[in-house]
Design a protein around this ligand. Sequence first.
Ligand code: HEC
Length: 139
Amino acid sequence: MYKPTLFAMLAVSLALAACGKEDKAEEASTPALAPDVVAEMERQEQEKAIADLVPGTDLTSRQSGYDVYVAKCISCHGDAAQGVGGNPGLAGLSRADIAVRLADYRAGKVAGPNAAAMAAAAADLSDENIQALAGYIGR
Ligand code: HEC
């Protein structure tokens, strides 16, 4: 999903462009990309990867899987989907697994002692949210 080569090339060419402009700058100051620039580039890579997964997705009107995960899932499933407390980890599930399970929880089809918490978490997810989450969490 993440394309390190493309990202590295972009980073290098930006760094080179910055070098050219600041020829007279002090030798010691290595041009570094500001963290927010890096974060924005990574976000765009991720958006592209999700758009590839869901053809025809409108990037301007859809929340990314990352945004939805942070807003609605991270508290129970953890910052690396490793699971927190009694809540299961999600690492290793395929995109299809994630999409099908979320749709089933949303529809109230999953029974079990802990299913209610997950049904509540999935209740207001849109189809687009589910696709984006599957792209973000799934293998
Ligand atoms: C309140 C805590 C809580 C929140 C918030 C929550 N979950 Fe869960 N999740 C659980 C629990 C508990 C289970 C296990 C439910 C069961 O036993 O059926 C679960 C199960 C799952 C499963 C199925 C795992 C498997 O191995 O079958 C997936 C996928 C999942 N959650 C994704 C998400 C996503 C995506 C979000 C955010 C939209 C989310 N969860 C938000 C508690 C939570």
